[in-house]
Ligand binder design. Structure first.
Ligand SMILES: O=C1O[C@H](COP(=O)(O)O)[C@@H](O)[C@H](O)[C@H]1O
Length: 262
C-alpha cells in the first residue's frame, strides 16, 4: 500500500476554515522560500467560500500572513461561459474572495480563461494550457507544471475539477488541460486540469463539508469502488501530499482514520 492521504476532521466549517488558513499559509511560505511566488489552482463549487473565510480572517501574528502580491491563481476547472455568467468559477472566486482582499494584503495575479475561444472547447483548453506554460516556463524544461498547491472540491458523485466518473478524460496522459463537452452536472461545457497535473502538485487540499458529502466520502475512503472515482484516483496518485479538510458531519460514516489537528 502506498502513502495515504491525510483526512482532517474538525467540529464545524469555522474550524475547517481556520485549519485551511494555516495549511495554505504554510504552503505559501514554503513556496516563497523555493521560488518567491505561490502558484496555485483553485476550484469552484463550495470551496471558495470556506477558503475566503480562512484567508480573509484577521492575522494571528507574524508567521500568519497572506501576501497575495506573489500569488498566481489558475482555475482547476472552469465552465465555458462568460466571466460574469452565474456558472463561472471566476465570477464565484471574484465575489467570494478577490473583491474582498484588503489592499494591504496585495493583489494576486489571476488567470481567467480566454473568452475568445468559448465556442471551441479544444482551443479553449489549449489556450489555457499555453497560459500555464507561460507562467511555468522560467523553470528549465517544463514537462508538467508542478503547482505549489491545488485547492479542490469533491462532488457527490466523486468528481473533482471537471473530471467525472467513467469519462474518457480520466485517461488523459499528455494534455495538461482537457475539455468536457458533456458534464453530467450543468453547465455541460467545461475545461479542467487533467489528472497528471493534479497528482504532480506539491500539495493538494480538498475542502468538503456538510451532511451532503457523507456518502461520497465514505465511498472514497472506505471502499474499493471509491478508488476508481476521480477523487480516489487523485488520492492514489498523490498519496500523503493530499489533505482533506472536512467537518464532523461530512465524515460521520467514514471509517478511515481521521486527524483533528494539523
Ligand atoms: O462543478 C464543480 O463541482 C466541483 C464540486 O463542487 P462542490 O460544490 O460539490 O464542492 C467543484 O470542485 C468544481 O470546481 C466545479 O466546477
Amino acid at each position: 500500500m502506498g502513502a495515504q492521504p491525510i483526512l482532517y476532521s474538525f467540529d464545524d466549517v469555522d474550524a475547517v476554515s481556520k485549519a485551511l488558513r494555516k495549511y495554505v499559509i504554510e504552503a505559501q511560505n514554503a513556496a516563497f522560500q523555493r521560488h518567491d511566488r505561490f502558484q496555485i489552482s483553485v476550484s469552484g463549487g463550495s470551496l471558495p467560500k470556506t477558503l475566503a473565510q480562512g484567508l480573509l480572517a484577521d492575522s494571528l501574528g507574524s508567521g500568519d500572513k497572506v501576501d497575495f502580491s506573489k500569488w498566481e491563481i489558475f482555475f482547476a476547472d472552469e465552465r465555458a461561459v462568460p466571466l460574469d455568467h452565474e456558472d463561472s468559477n471566476y465570477k464565484l472566486l471574484k465575489e467570494e474572495l478577490l473583491d474582498k482582499i484588503p489592499k494591504e494584503l496585495g493583489t494576486p495575479t489571476v488567470h481567467p480563461i480566454n473568452l475568445r475561444y468559448l465556442d471551441d472547447l479544444q482551443e479553449l483548453a489549449d489556450q489555457y494550457q499555453a497560459e500555464i506554460l507561460q507562467s511555468f516556463a522560467a523553470k528549465d524544461s517544463v514537462k508538467i507544471p508542478v503547482f505549489d498547491l491545488h485547492l479542490l472540491g469533491a462532488g457527490p458523485d466523486g468528481h473533482t475539477c471537471s473530471l467525472f466518473p467513467g469519462h474518457d478524460l480520466l485517461r488523459e496522459t499528455n494534455a495538461w488541460v482537457g475539455y468536457e463537452a458533456n458534464s453530467p452536472k450543468p453547465p455541460p461545457r467545461r475545461i479542467t486540469l487533467t489528472l497528471p497535473v493534479l497528482t504532480h502538485g506539491l500539495k493538494l487540499a480538498y475542502v468538503t463539508t456538510g451532511d451532503g458529502k457523507g456518502e461520497i466520502l465514505h465511498k472514497i475512503f472506505d471502499t474499493e469502488e471509491g478508488k476508481t472515482l476521480p477523487c480516489g484516483l487523485v488520492n492514489e496518485g498523490a498519496g500523503d501530499r493530499v489533505a482533506w479538510f472536512t467537518d464532523t458531519k461530512a465524515v460521520k460514516g467514514v471509517q478511515f482514520p481521521k486527524k483533528s489537528s494539523l
